[in-house]
Ligand binder design. Structure first.
Ligand code: TYD
Ligand code: MG
Length: 481
């Protein structure tokens, strides 16, 4: 028997070392190295027909001007949110990783997609559930939109589930064998951590297995131009190595996130070789699967009649799409020695910065107060334009004065208390106007100075009252008098 080869891998970033190390030289994490046996079997069983020809073919440098540009063919799915997040549909031969915590709905999303594309042959490979379980899930998903369509058209019942093949298999060699027979148009792997390749000795889910299986699937995707979707688990603290090292290998990384106790789920682009990496799709998890949320603003704003203190609306932008979200703050006297600061859906460090600015520049005494921030809907917002809305919510709660309910904010706050410009302010104003708001606060630095730019942001175009402010004190002066 051949002597088995052992290597040590960092579980956090996938760094490989010949000996065990306490601290990873690549990602600086401690105690992340584990031993793995890797023994590449010398007998070359074709994994994905590793073609020696392609590695020997030497490419010559070409001038950019000489490269013929051809638009990638994109396959549009019935799910508009999904298309947008991918940058406009599925690109042939692309390898897409869908990461997320267990139980968030990754399998549901992909199965639903596979079931709703009747003219496309999808192979759904599951290493986690039996075909029986998948059928059960599929039955739940049926009643979604197809339900009504079915009632109208009896033949649809037979159509449903056509073209979606389930394979419960974990060995890549066997999967490729089935693929050659079936010739699917799309391949879905649920999940990459359950696969194993006979070329590597270590257990499924280990760094070397995950890397090898992905490499085989990557080769398959590129050589046959078949799009491949990989589902990958990631735990709260990102401890499973899989998805982290995978990010470098795949074309697109999507993250499926959300609070499991909330109904909203967000599909976020982390990396995309074929489109913008800041797109976002919103879904609602219902009893019968995921439903696209195409008008997020209307859902994220709670319906209320009288204005409450500590509640504001911010005009944020997620990807290309403007979205109005509700932000809430609660400021109360601390009962214990150390004041509590908690933020849900918002960066706690940024919250501390906002509190410091409000204390230092505006003279509000917040140092001994408990402050809680909450972004409704279980959504996490990274857009800095939400700063102004949050600051207004904090002061509104602190002073216990409600903010007029048809008021909206879009501005970043700088350390000296200035309101800084935000990107695409026109879109934000238009969205606020569309949803019937009376006034919106924006930064004066968003106003064009050069005459030629004046046309771009012409405030007379809007019926909504646009309040242009330069400093945070001005905002409070206008709001609270
Ligand atoms: P699942 O897709 O299995 O999650 P993942 O593959 O990311 O681990 O989804 C799990 C949760 O979704 C589960 O707790 C039940 C819920 N769910 C619904 O609420 N409605 C549905 O129609 C389905 C299929 C699942
Ligand atoms: Mg699953």
């Amino acid at each position: 028997m051949a002597k088995s080869k052992i290597a040590y891998f960092c579980q956090s970033c996938g760094y490989e070392s010949a000996k065990w190390l306490g601290k990873c030289p690549s990602c600086q994490q401690w105690n992340t190295f584990v031993e793995e046996i890797l023994e590449k079997s010398s007998a070359s069983v074709p994994n994905w027909k590793a073609s020696p020809a392609s590695s020997q073919r030497a490419n010559k440098p070409v001038e950019v001007a000489d490269i013929t540009f051809k638009e990638e063919h994109r396959l549009l799915t019935p799910d508009k949110e999904f298309n947008r997040v991918l940058g406009g549909g599925i690109v042939a031969g692309s390898l897409v990783l869908i990461g997320g915590e267990p139980g968030i709905g990754k399998s549901t999303l992909m199965l639903q997609l596979a079931l709703n594309m009747p003219n496309v042959k999808v192979l759904y490979v599951s290493g986690e559930e039996s075909d029986h379980q998948i059928k059960m899930r599929a039955e739940r998903l049926v009643s979604l939109e197809t339900h009504e369509a079915r009632a109208r058209n009896k033949e649809l019942k037979e159509e449903f589930g056509k073209g979606c093949f389930i394979l419960t298999e974990t060995s890549t060699q066997n999967i490729f064998k089935q693929i050659e027979e079936l010739q699917p148009d799309i391949l879905v792997i649920d999940s990459i951590q359950t696969l194993h390749s006979s070329h590597v000795e270590s257990t499924p889910g280990s760094v070397s297995q995950v890397r090898e299986c992905t490499a085989e699937l990557l080769r398959f995707a590129k050589e046959t131009s078949t799009p491949v979707f990989l589902i990958g688990h990631i735990t709260k603290d990102g401890m499973i190595a899989g998805p982290k090292i995978l990010e470098h290998m795949v074309d697109t990384v999507l993250q499926f996130e959300g609070d499991r106790h909330h109904v909203y789920r967000i599909l976020r682009t982390i990396k995309n070789r074929f489109g913008s990496s800041s797109e976002l799709g919103i879904y609602e998890m219902l009893g019968e699967g995921l439903r696209e949320v195409s008008n997020p603003s209307e859902i994220l704003l709670s319906q209320r009649d009288e204005p409450l203190s500590g509640v504001t609306i911010s005009a944020t932008l997620e990807g290309m799409r403007p979205m109005l979200i509700e932000t809430q703050a609660l400021v109360s006297t601390s009962a214990y020695g150390t004041p509590q600061r908690t933020a849900t859906g918002f960066d706690t460090k940024r919250m501390s910065m906002l509190l410091a600015v409000l204390e230092k520049r505006c003279g509000f005494r917040l140092g001994a107060k408990d402050v809680f921030l909450n972004i409704t809907g279980g959504i996490r917002v990274e857009d800095p334009a939400i700063d102004l809305g949050l600051a207004a919510a904090i002061i509104s709660s602190h002073e216990d004065i409600p903010i007029p309910s048809k008021t909206c904010f879009a501005g970043e706050i700088g350390l000296s208390g200035e309101i800084r410009a935000v990107n695409r302010v026109e879109q934000r104003i238009a969205e606020a106007q569309k949803l019937g708001f009376d006034q919106i606060f924006i930064s004066k630095y968003n106003m064009p100075t050069a005459a030629k730019d004046k046309k771009r942001l012409d405030l007379s175009r809007y019926t909504i009252d646009v309040k242009v402010v330069g400093r945070i004190e001005e905002v409070f002066g206008l709001l609270f008098g």
